[in-house]
Design a protein around this ligand. Structure first.
Ligand code: ZN
Length: 259
C-alpha cells in the first residue's frame, strides 16, 4: 500500500496557517495544566490510589484544587514543596509535540486523532520515567480515542485501508510486546508498553508501513543509545530497567513530524 494513499494532497496539508498556530498555542495553554495534573496524580506505585493532594500538606491537586497547584513551577501552593513533573518539563514537552503536529500538518479528524494521542502520550512519558509504569487509564484512553478518531478520518476521507492498516499494525505490535512479557517475564517488555504500542504503532500504521518501520527503528535505536549512555555513566545496571514508553512516544512523534 503506497504511503501517499492515506494523505490527501490538499494545499492545507503543507504549511500550518497562522490560525492553526494560534489554535495550537491556546490548546497548549489550556491542556498543559491538565496534563501536569495527570502526571502528578498517576505518578504513584501500582498498588497505591491516584494522588489527590500534596504528599506533605494535603492541598488538593486537580481541577477542584487551587489553580496554582497546576502551574509550571511544580510547587505546592500550601507548603511550597516540589511535586509532580519537574518545573516547565510537561509544558516544554507539550510545546515540542505540538510543533511536531504542526509540522505534520494533517487534515481534520486525522490531526484531531494525533492531537488526542499526543495529549495521552505526553503524561505517560513523565509517569513512566517517574514510577516505571504506564497506567491503564491513559493507555486505554490513548488506544480507544485514537482508533475512534482515525476511524472517523477514514470514513470522511473514504480511506478504510489506512484504518485497517492502523489496527493491524497496532494490534500486532501490542501482541508481540505482550508475548515478550509472557515469555521473558521481567526481562521482556511490560504489559503497559504493549498497551501503549497499540495506539503508538496504530498512528504509525495509519501513515503507512514505511512509517511503522522508521518509527520502530527510531524507538529501538534511541532506547539503545540512551541505555548505553546510562550504563557508561553508571546510572543503571545491566539488569536494570529502562522505561520503554518514552522511546515509543519519541519514535512515533519524530516519524509523524517527518512523514
Ligand atoms: Zn503541600
Amino acid at each position: 500500500m503506497p504511503r501517499t494513499a492515506s494523505r490527501p494532497s490538499s494545499p492545507a496539508t503543507t504549511t500550518p496557517t497562522a490560525g492553526a498556530r494560534l489554535g495550537a498555542a491556546i490548546a497548549v495553554l489550556t491542556v498543559a495544566p491538565l496534563l501536569r495534573w495527570l502526571v502528578a496524580a498517576e505518578s504513584v506505585p501500582p498498588d497505591r490510589p491516584r494522588r489527590a493532594g500534596c504528599d506533605a500538606c494535603g492541598t488538593p491537586i486537580g481541577p477542584t484544587g487551587p489553580l496554582a497547584a497546576l502551574s509550571p513551577l511544580a510547587r505546592c501552593p500550601g507548603c511550597r514543596s516540589r511535586y509532580g513533573a519537574p518545573p516547565f518539563a510537561v509544558e516544554l514537552a507539550l510545546l515540542l509535540a505540538v510543533a511536531a503536529l504542526l509540522a505534520a500538518a494533517r487534515p481534520g479528524w486525522e490531526s484531531l486523532a494525533f492531537a488526542w494521542w499526543t495529549a495521552c502520550a505526553v503524561p505517560l512519558v513523565f509517569v513512566d520515567v517517574a514510577v516505571h509504569r504506564l497506567p491503564d487509564r491513559l493507555t486505554r484512553a490513548a488506544a480507544l480515542g485514537t482508533l475512534a478518531l482515525l476511524g472517523l478520518a477514514a470514513l470522511v476521507g473514504a480511506d478504510g485501508a489506512a484504518w485497517w492498516r492502523a489496527v493491524l499494525a497496532g494490534t500486532s505490535a501490542a501482541l508481540l510486546l505482550g508475548a515478550s512479557t509472557l515469555l521473558l517475564g521481567r526481562r521482556g517488555f511490560g504489559l503497559g508498553d504493549a498497551k501503549l504500542a497499540l495506539s503508538s504503532v496504530a498512528v504509525l500504521g495509519w501513515l503507512g508501513w514505511p512509517a511503522v518501520f522508521t518509527g520502530l527503528v527510531v524507538t529501538f535505536l534511541a532506547s539503545a543509545v540512551v541505555g548505553l549512555v546510562l550504563l557508561a555513566a553508571r546510572r543503571i545496571r545491566w539488569r536494570g530497567h529502562l522505561p520503554f514508553g518514552p522511546f515509543l512516544v519519541l519514535g512515533t512523534i519524530v516519524t509523524l513530524a517527518a512523514a
